[in-house]
Ligand binder design. Structure first.
Ligand SMILES: NC(=O)c1ccc[n+]([C@@H]2O[C@H](COP(=O)([O-])OP(=O)(O)OC[C@H]3O[C@@H](n4cnc5c(N)ncnc54)[C@H](OP(=O)(O)O)[C@@H]3O)[C@@H](O)[C@H]2O)c1
Length: 262
């Protein structure tokens, strides 16, 4: 199936590893040119090299901490200049740490609000005028299954990501008339460095790595932990021409883990 993505210009935030990198690679394979960022230059260079080797896609990359307003806005402007436009925005950032409410602090609440929510607000604000003018755009936010079913001791994720869901639904109602769709994707468990950090935290507390993985696998109807590409496939479809009538949704890619009927 031709997804109609050849020549589209995509910005993927936080894309040197894990789900962001998989999304960038999948879009590049469909013929998109890319702008990507992350904080660590070595990781970013490695990801860009891999994407270029596998796809020959043009890639603009810059070291950016998306929680820093000025750096993010500068990156968004430079990306649109380098790509000659902007059609697709994938918002992403590092995930908040494992904390219960009682372990949470005022300082961390502010920090993770900036990372999780304001990153979306700011990058969308920057991309929207371009998308509106051309009457075509795709905004896809990487959130978490925690927006459908809160995950134990992920208090920042459980609380703050719902603001992204509310924002995306409201925004979809405002911008549909300009041919712009806004959707959230909700990963379940996908083997990435981010997930490894959660596993490590539990093994440090005395749990066995294989027991943790087996416990998750048993709860997942598809009986396996997801790969980053399992989410990237959904993102690629939502970015496609074929998904032009899908907006304001939050769709999980979780092997069936979420047990709600809707
Ligand atoms: N993997 C899962 O199973 C899963 C499930 C649900 C939700 N999620 C969420 O999905 C998102 C991505 O997860 P992941 O598993 O792919 O994480 P990951 O493997 O840790 O990768 C995170 C990526 O984001 C970059 N990054 C982190 N903080 C950043 C910042 N402030 N500014 C710019 N780049 C930043 C990292 O690169 P640098 O270190 O170079 O900055 C890296 O490229 C997270 O929000 C996570 O909570 C993941």
């Amino acid at each position: 199936m031709d997804l109609g993505l050849k020549g589209k210009k995509a910005v993927v935030l936080a894309a040197s590893k894990g789900l962001g990198k998989a999304a960038a690679l999948a879009l590049a394979k469909e013929g998109c040119s890319l702008a990507v960022c992350s904080r660590n230059p070595e990781n970013l260079n490695q990801a860009v090299t891999e994407i270029r080797e596998q796809t020959k896609a043009p890639v603009f990359a810059e070291t950016v901490d998306v929680s820093d307003q000025n750096s993010l806005l500068q990156f968004m402007r430079k990306s649109a200049d380098a790509l000659g436009g902007l059609d697709i925005l994938i918002t992403n950032a590092g995930g908040p740490p494992v904390k219960s409410f009682e372990e949470s602090t005022e300082e961390e609440w502010h920090y993770w609000y900036e990372v999780t929510f304001m990153t979306v607000v700011r990058s969308v604000k920057s991309a929207l005028p371009i998308m509106k003018k051309q009457k075509w755009g795709r905004i896809i936010n990487i959130t978490s299954i925690s927006v459908k079913a809160p995950v134990e001791r992920l208090i920042y994720s459980n609380a703050l990501r719902l603001a992204v869901v509310g924002l995306a639904k409201s925004l979809s109602m405002e911008v549909g008339q300009f041919g712009i769709t806004v959707n959230n994707v909700a990963p379940g468990y996908h083997l990435t460095d981010g997930l490894e950090r959660i596993i490590r935290k539990r093994t440090e507390a005395g749990e066995d790595r294989q027991d943790i993985l087996s416990d998750w696998e048993n709860k997942i109807p598809m009986k396996r932990i997801g790969l980053p590409g399992d989410l990237a496939a959904l993102i690629t479809f939502l970015a496609s021409e074929q998904a032009s009538y899908i907006t304001g949704t939050t769709i999980q890619a979780d092997g069936g883990l979420y047990s709600g009927a809707l």
